[in-house]
Design a protein around this ligand. Structure first.
Ligand code: XMP
Length: 511
């Protein structure tokens, strides 16, 4: 594996993603990690990330200096390169030639790190300090117009440093540079595949769980479903899943989950029909935050009641936590197997003081890796590539008051939208697409009759991470068909509008 030592760069997660894309396993580790810990993990190479600090600051993060003489290949990126330079006695200037944005890199020597690359390429710079004199034994392998030492190395010791960011997409051929380090310099094997993950995960689960029983709370999304499928493979009938039906899923989604688990996967499913309870809780509530809170609290209550009936029987509760969450919450504690459950979790926020040990088999995976594992485990594509869906479900897509009739109306409109988007081959190209039921009525004419009925909004967005999003320019023909079908087929809707707002300043969901 490759160890990525994190010095707080906003790009650390991207480095990890890029390494994994090349089928090389990696872990992001805190800068306090010791050489002994790295040796125990049998790392074949170390990447020192960038970071917001200057090596001159009093409390600037450092790493276990023994790694520099350990003979493990090292690749320092930005701050990482400055740390290397400082350790070996180079000279660094403080903030004199700040540089952010594109630059042209001129490669002085295209062996190892730059093997197979053109001698000039576009790179992404983002730094304040710069190395102005290399330590003894180092040689320059790249420069830019303003940065005379943009890349350096000590080839005999396999220590490399670059001032730019090969991990970001703005750096042309950055991925090749990382590959050169991992594959040519460190000689890593490309054996991190869904199949190898599943094999190792099954072993680990069995080692941890032994003969105990595991309860898995399902949300209907890809993460918890993949956890369940993986656990089933590992421990068979000692797995039981629990699905709390709040009544706010898309049309037929609740029954599809039931069918998938009971019939196709042969997994014991405790299906809790809590629809009436949730509707009673949200009756008359129109404020979005209050609605979310009431649903979240009720979810916890139902889970508590139901799991109490089981605790004693079940030692473990399985969670679908993913690696980005682990990296974010891991301040020096990345190797622990149990973390506190976070309220934003996809199962919808579970109680904090539950009587289970937590097991998180996907905690080292990124979302797209979970999808590949899901496919490998035989989950249907429809589920694996399902768009993100909020914990409170359709309740926050029904603006204003929620009742069973309005849920049903929205389910019908939403199902038509999904059908048309999927048959046009657009589903996988969108981040999210959904219908929203508005709390106003408008006048229409259907047949010879005047109607006074509901308005439905269509929302389609593109995004990489949901932090920002652009409204999608869906083809007019699709919009026309969706609108016409919704108005004709859904009894309580007589008008359809299209949401043309991006995030920011709007959010993706309406509530
Ligand atoms: P907003 O509306 O804040 O949403 O732009 C960003 C992304 O988060 C999803 N979302 C949720 N996901 N539980 C979830 O698991 C929630 O309560 C929740 N609320 C919003 C939303 O669909 C979008 O992808």
């Amino acid at each position: 594996m490759i160890a990525i030592i994190d010095f707080g760069s906003q790009y650390t997660k991207i480095i990890a993603r890029k390494v994994r894309e090349s089928k090389v396993y990696c872990e992001v580790l805190p800068h306090t990690v010791t050489l002994a810990e790295l040796t125990k993990k049998q790392v074949k190479g170390i990447i020192l990330s960038g970071g917001p600090n200057s090596v001159f600051e009093k409390d600037a993060p450092t790493c276990d200096e023994r790694i520099f003489t350990s003979n493990i290949p090292i690749f320092g990126i930005c701050y990482g390169m400055q740390l290397i330079a400082k350790h070996f006695g180079g000279e660094i200037t403080e903030g004199k030639s700040k540089e952010y944005g594109h630059a042209n890199l001129y490669i002085d020597n295209n062996f190892n790190l730059f093997q197979g690359l053109w001698l000039e390429m576009s790179i992404w710079m983002s730094h304040g300090d710069s190395v102005i004199r290399m330590p003894d034994n180092f040689q320059r392998i790249g420069h830019t117009e303003t940065c005379s030492i943009a890349a350096m190395c000590w080839p005999e010791k396999k220590i490399y440093g670059v001032q730019f960011h090969p991990e970001v997409s703005h750096t042309h051929k950055g991925k090749e540079i990382l590959d050169n380090f991992m594959l040519t310099v460190c000689r890593c094997e490309q054996n991190w595949t869904p199949i190898s993950f599943i094999k190792t995960a099954i072993n680990d689960i069995n080692k941890e769980v032994k003969h105990d029983k595991v309860l898995c709370a399902l949300s209907g999304g890809v993460d918890s479903t993949t956890v369940a499928a993986l656990l089933k493979k590992a421990i068979g009938r000692r797995l039981t899943c629990m699905f709390i039906d709040q009544g706010f899923m898309r049309k037929n989604e609740g029954s599809k989950i039931k069918q998938l688990f009971e019939n196709e996967f042969n997994i014991d499913l405790i299906y809790i029909d809590a629809v009436d309870r949730f509707h009673t809780k949200v009756a008359g509530v129109t404020d979005p935050e209050e609605k979310r809170k009431k649903i979240g609290e009720e979810f916890i209550r139902v889970f508590e009641e139901e799991s109490k009936k089981l605790s004693g029987d079940y030692t473990y509760l399985a969670q679908g936590t993913l690696y980005p969450d682990v990296i974010e919450s891991a301040v020096g504690d990345i190797s622990k197997t149990a973390v506190t459950i976070k309220s934003h979790h996809n199962v919808g926020g579970l109680p904090e003081d539950i009587d289970f040990k937590i097991i998180e088999p996907l905690r080292m995976l990124f979302k797209d890796e979970v999808r590949q594992v899901g496919i490998q485990l035989g989950l249907p594509e429809e589920l694996v590539f399902r768009h993100p869906f909020p914990g409170p479900g359709l309740a926050i897509r029904i603006i204003g008051e929620v009742n069973k009739e309005r849920v049903e109306t929205l389910q019908l409109a939403d199902a038509i939208l999904m059908e048309e988007i999927k048959s046009a081959g657009l589903y996988r190209k969108l981040w999210q697409v959904f219908a929203v039921l508005l709390p106003i009525k408008s006048v229409g004419v259907q047949g010879d009759k005047r109607t006074y009925s509901n308005v439905c909004a269509i929302r389609a967005v593109n995004s990489d991470d949901a932090m920002t999003a652009n409204w999608t320019h869906l083809p007019y023909e699709i919009l026309e068909k969706v609108s016409s079908r919704i108005i004709n087929e859904v009894p309580k809707i007589n008008r359809v509008v299209y949401d043309i707002s991006s995030k920011p300043p709007s959010t993706i969901e309406w509530e």
